[in-house]
Design a protein around this ligand. Structure first.
Ligand code: AMP
Ligand code: MG
Length: 422
């Protein structure tokens, strides 16, 4: 029996990233990047106005109110490409380029615009030489001084051309889609989605659309495994149920392994007379890396390889399936896509109720997360009936990790947790 840490290490060590895919940007979300992303331009690409208003020289507006002649307009998409001279202003919109010569923008609320000699002319004419007040020209009165740089985002303030902005191995989130689009990645290299086959074994199982007869139950594991695998980025093939028959099992496994990067079996991995998963794998020539982990729930977890196909044999109990899938199989599926951090992230929370660990195994206990009045993340162990209680487990949002040998841990203690994907 090996520790959970050791088992995860082996999974990572044995998993090779699949070759990458080049995909159109619109379908890239959630896929791990398979290339570093570099900026193909400065950001912003020009000195950009942050406000609607007037581009001015701060020294022209040191004493206010002051009138400046409006010599042009710079709008988003069409700048005013001349040099601003003393006594001049350019009407400017948010997102537009600031003209050369201007060093600041005054927001429109602190200005008023008028035509010389018109009804809205402001008496006083402070600061502007009479020569500038030619009839028919438009002027702006600036009512408050500006400081150099005001309301301007200088070129390259955010990103410099050539800079690496995202790294290979990071999963692409919705905000990163904007980064990729801004730098022209109409296609992007991402990890290939692994083909994951899911096979539930057990002679007691019937498909979801069947009424179980005496001694039978409906298969639920194929659906939870399939859903978790899809959340992890896999393309899932759910196979017809297999009974506890070693010869048939061998045939199905050998056949599906040829077209899958990863095969996830459930059931038949314990020590019972009818637990044939390991036997079938061994007789097919699979290499088994581990078959027992000091984990509660989920001790009889199997991990191996059949030629190029990674194989997981998860214990049949539905809760054990969820725990072992997310600790081990998910790690492999994420690592195959080239993700640098393929394991669930360890976090810490305050225990809301006492929890019991196990003497000889590390525990991953189903729990719900919430935040208390003091803003602390708290975790409450589920009241559940053990590894077959999948109805209670359906409300779990996290797993509490208790070290081997933890008999009782009291409410108020800080414990490591991992969040369950959803
Ligand atoms: P096993 O690992 O085959 O010993 O199964 C352990 C327990 O999980 C037994 O009660 C099985 O009936 C149950 N079980 C096995 N496979 C499934 C499945 N696909 N869906 C629901 N329960 C299952
Ligand atoms: Mg069984």
């Amino acid at each position: 029996m090996i520790s959970v840490v050791e088992a995860i290490r082996i999974v990572k060590e044995q998993t090779r990233p699949l070759p990458s895919d080049s995909v159109p940007l619109e379908v890239a979300v959630r896929r791990p990047l398979a290339e570093d992303i570099t900026a193909d331009s400065d950001l912003p690409p020009f000195n950009r106005a942050q406000m609607d208003g007037y581009a001015v020289r701060s020294e022209d507006v040191a004493n206010v109110p002051v009138r400046l002649r409006i010599v042009g307009e710079s709008v988003a998409g069409a700048g005013w490409h001349h040099e601003l001279k003393p006594g001049e202003a350019v009407r400017i919109m948010t997102g537009a380029p600031v003209p050369v010569g201007a060093d600041s923008v005054q927001q429109v609320e602190l200005t008023s615009e008028f035509e010389n000699g018109g009804r809205d002319a402001i008496p006083g004419n402070a600061g502007v030489s009479p020569a500038l007040l030619a009839n028919g020209s438009r002027y702006v009165e600036i009512q408050k001084p500006t400081s150099p740089g005001q309301f301007i985002v200088p070129r390259a303030a955010e990103i410099t051309k050539g800079e690496t902005v995202l790294r290979a191995g990071e999963p692409i989130n919705a905000a990163m889609m904007a980064v990729l689009a801004s730098f022209g990645y109409s296609t992007v290299k991402v990890g290939r989605r692994p083909r994951v086959a899911v096979l539930a074994t057990g002679s007691e199982l019937v498909p979801v659309d069947h009424q179980p007869a005496q001694d039978q139950i409906r298969d639920s594991n194929s659906f939870s495994i399939g859903a978790y695998a899809e959340l992890a980025g896999a393309v899932v093939e759910r196979l017809p149920l297999a009974g506890d028959d070693p010869e048939l099992l061998k045939q199905v496994i050998a056949d599906v392994a040829k077209r899958s990067d990863c095969l996830i079996l459930s059931g038949g991995v314990s020590m019972g007379v009818y637990d044939f998963t390991k036997t079938a794998l061994r007789e097919l020539g699979a290499e088994i890396y581990f078959d027992r982990v000091a984990l509660r729930p989920g001790k009889p977890t199997v991990f191996g390889r059949l030629k190029d196909t990674m194989v997981f044999g998860l214990p049949g109990n539905p809760v054990s399936v969820s725990v072992t899938f997310n600790l081990f199989a998910r790690t492999a599926i994420r690592a195959m896509q080239g993700e640098v951090e393929p394991t669930l992230k360890k976090e810490f929370a305050v225990l809301a109720r006492d929890a019991k660990g196990s003497v000889d195994r590390e525990s991953y206990l189903p729990a719900t997360l919430s935040t208390d009045e003091d803003g602390r993340l708290t975790v409450e162990p589920l009241k559940w009936g053990g590894s077959s209680d999948f109805v209670a487990f359906a409300h779990a949002t996290a797993l509490i990790n208790l070290a081997t040998g933890t008999r009782l841990i009291e409410a108020g203690a800080v414990v490591p947790i991992v969040r369950l994907p959803n």
